[in-house]
Design a protein around this ligand. Structure first.
Ligand SMILES: Cc1cc2nc3c(=O)[nH]c(=O)nc-3n(C[C@H](O)[C@H](O)[C@H](O)COP(=O)(O)O)c2cc1C
Length: 559
């Protein structure tokens, strides 16, 4: 006789953590995210959800003795007195059971296998032809477990889950019914505990959460499954990272120091596709430890050299702890540099492009951005300085050539700028420029005095730059901060200082332009302005390009 399980009117999720590491499990991070997605989705639909977590490592579950008492003398009850009865009860009560476990020798860990062996009281002893399409023969279930949904979540240590889970899938196929469960199997599982790599692993966890949401509403989509099967890192890079993480010298077998292990792991993050034709040697000089390591970065990858035999192209001098904090994301690299917590000497281009060399590859970021469903759809618009300049340049050129027609052209261009620059984001300085230039062009149209008003335009343009120096974001920073982490750039003192100096310089230049234009016009030397007022901004542009590279490098060198 099958005993029917009576349910209350809310969804019950049972999460079985089968890792011997308990809370410190890599896999449970994935399982938790899955459940989080599931719960959010159901609660969003107005359903009450209860989640019960069973930590196998903290339960007392003995091994099955094979006495068959649960079938013969005490039907449905095991003779072993331990925590198993409540585990079985929770299984009976649950609507969704998530099995979370690491892969151990291509199967589940022994403790979880004990729990599975102890499922015998859940079956009746008779032979059944209902063999879950496995063709192996089976036993009928003692309880009505119909309608329950199952998910297997697991991580393993090899680079890929592919081919590693054949016995797991077979075993659960017999146990829960072939095809009667969803799976999330992930290789490179040990990376989930590495804080330095959380940028990448968090992206993966977001996909797992998406899977949870989809599962709550039906099944995990093929697209999400494909994303879940993507490797965290390419095989070669992962295997280098994994080898370096043990901190054991390959040749001598001896234990390596913490700083050398860390440096080796950092080197494995080097993205050789970012190689720009220039071999680099990054010297890490740990000032508090009095130790230096060199990392050769070339087209084939990276290599740590411990004997100081290479000529460094970039030297970072830092206390070891500071560099660890930066790589764990506890403090931003640029912020720490601005606070002079470390110094950089030599080729600064490595620092300016750090994410390209040591972050996730652009390709994988794009893939993951799309895959987590976050960046899909329209790409975020970025501001462009062209939007700011179009009204001003049109005004100065068109009004100088023909004040009447020029002012009308300027007002029309101002009205059209948002349309012309539709692919760019408008920032406050664009809006102000459009408004100010429209007013000045209108003044020329109504009042005349084109020469005076164009000259006033230089003054207003200069004051706009200077005014921005009084705000929390100098004008030029608004247009390029997206290349420096967006809002995070505000914490980048080098970036902010560079931009304040440049905004101030451009402001002064245009105020002076207004002054000399006024006097040269009065002195009847207006013709020379064609040269002066074009050559000087060009020279200033060249200075800006040079200064924005030189100044951060100079400051970073601690000089
Ligand atoms: C005893 C043992 C056996 C393992 N067997 C395998 C294996 O067969 N295949 C594999 O890819 N990883 C294997 N691993 C690695 C674990 O699956 C991997 O470290 C996993 O991420 C640990 O997950 P957890 O932190 O949730 O326990 C094994 C680890 C241990 C300790």
């Amino acid at each position: 006789m099958i005993i029917r399980v009576i349910k209350e009117g809310r969804m019950k999720v049972l999460l079985i953590n089968g890792s011997p590491k308990g809370k410190n499990s890599n896999t449970i991070k994935l399982a938790n995210k899955f459940v989080e997605g599931l719960v959010e989705e159901r609660q969003g639909a107005g359903e009450d959800v209860v989640v019960d977590v069973l930590d196998v490592s903290s339960l007392n579950i003995g091994a099955c003795r094979g006495c068959f008492c649960c079938w013969k003398s005490t039907p449905g009850k095991c003779v072993i007195r331990d925590d198993m009865p409540s585990v079985l009860q929770k299984q009976k009560d649950a609507d969704v059971i998530v099995w979370s476990f690491p892969l151990y020798y291509f199967n589940v860990p022994g403790s979880l296998k004990n729990l599975i062996d102890r499922q015998l009281p859940m079956s009746l002893p008779f032979m059944s032809d209902d063999s879950n399409s496995t063709g192996s023969g089976s036993h009928p279930t003692r309880y009505d477990m119909g309608g329950k949904r199952y998910v297997l979540v697991s991580t393993c240590g090899f680079y890929s889950a592919s081919k590693n889970y054949d016995s797991v899938t077979e075993m659960f196929g017999h146990f829960l019914g072939k095809g009667n469960f969803e799976t999330i199997f992930c290789g490179q599982g040990e990376l989930f505990r590495v804080k330095e790599l959380s940028g990448r692993t968090d992206q993966y966890l977001e996909v797992v959460k998406k899977a949870g949401r989809e599962f709550a509403g039906g099944t995990i989509s093929g697209e999400t499954h494909a994303q879940l099967e993507e490797l965290l890192y390419p095989r070669e890079q992962f295997e280098k990272m994994a080898d370096a993480s043990w901190g054991v010298d390959r040749e001598t077998g001896g234990k390596e120091s913490e700083d050398l292990i860390f440096t080796r792991q950092m080197a494995t993050l080097y993205n050789k596709n970012a190689w720009d034709g220039k071999d680099r040697v990054l010297e890490m000089n740990y000032t508090d430890l009095g130790k230096s390591y060199q990392i050769l970065l070339n087209r084939d990858g990276s290599k740590v050299v411990t004997d100081g035999s290479l000529e460094p192209t970039t030297t970072i001098s830092t206390p070891f702890d500071v560099w660890v904090s930066i790589s764990q994301g506890k403090i931003g690299g640029a912020e720490a540099l601005g606070k002079k917590l470390y110094t950089v000497n030599g080729d600064f281009s490595l620092m300016m492009n750090w994410n390209k060399f040591f972050g996730q590859s652009e390709e994988s970021r794009t893939k993951q951005g799309d895959s987590s469903g976050q960046n899909s759809g329209a790409r975020e618009k970025k501001p462009s300085m062209t939007t700011l300049l179009i009204p001003w340049i049109t005004f100065w050129v068109a009004v100088s050539i023909n004040p009447g027609v020029g002012s009308v052209i300027t007002m029309s261009v101002c009205a059209l700028v948002p349309l012309l620059m539709w692919s760019c984001k408008l920032v406050i300085w664009d809006v102000l420029s459009i408004a100010l230039v429209s007013v000045m062009a209108g003044a020329v149209k109504l009042w005349g005095h084109a020469e005076l008003v164009t000259n006033a335009g230089y003054l207003v343009f200069g004051l706009l730059w200077l005014f921005s120096c009084l705000t929390k974001e100098p004008l030029c920073a608004s247009y390029i901060k997206h290349n420096y982490g967006g809002e995070a750039a505000h914490k980048n003192l080098l970036f902010m200082k560079t931009n304040y100096i440049l905004a101030f310089a451009w402001g002064i230049l245009y105020v002076l332009t207004a002054v000399w234009t006024f006097f040269l016009n009065r002195a009847g030397m207006g013709k020379s302005l064609v040269v002066v007022n074009n050559v000087i901004p060009l020279a200033m542009g060249a200075f800006t390009a040079w200064f924005s590279k030189w100044y951060p490098a100079h400051m970073a060198s601690g000089k």
